[in-house]
Design a binder for this molecule. Structure first.
Ligand SMILES: [Zn+2]
Length: 133
């Protein structure tokens, strides 16, 4: 069984893990032990491509404690179909517009420090626009 700690270790090594359901092919990131689509338990954990497409985003202008606004949070659809959330880096938040929709991104991770509300320092996903669109 792959745990959240295993997922975190993989991110630290530059790998992105997903679970793929053998019954219905549903993909999930981070890996799950039960399929959210069919509730099946026959899931395979595998490494997935670190690329995706921006499906939606927002600009955060009032940041939670410990974060500095403005910044962009995006939802990205990965090649296996799973959607993941993270910060979009390298784009000036004040210039973000709907042209970002559908853009291809590379998926990376970075360390988010512990704060008052979290369990501690973790690797979180982040995105960077791909060179060729
Ligand atoms: Zn399933």
């Amino acid at each position: 069984m792959t745990t959240f700690v295993d997922y975190q270790k993989a991110l630290a090594e530059g790998r992105l893990l997903c679970s793929s359901c053998k019954n219905c092919n549903e993909c999930a990131i981070p890996p799950r032990i039960v399929c959210r689509n069919c509730q099946g338990r026959d899931l395979v954990v595998e490494e997935t491509e670190k690329r995706g497409v921006i499906r939606t985003f927002t600009v955060i202008r009032i940041a939670p404690l410990g974060f500095e606004a403005p910044y962009i949070v995006a939802m990205v659809e990965t090649g296996c179909g799973a959607w993941v959330m993270g910060n979009l880096l390298g784009v000036e938040p004040d210039s973000a517009d709907m042209d970002l929709m559908g853009k291809t991104v590379s998926i990376t991770s970075r360390i988010t420090p512990a704060d008052t509300y979290s369990i501690g320092e973790i690797h979180t996903l982040a995105f960077e626009l791909s060179e060729h669109q």
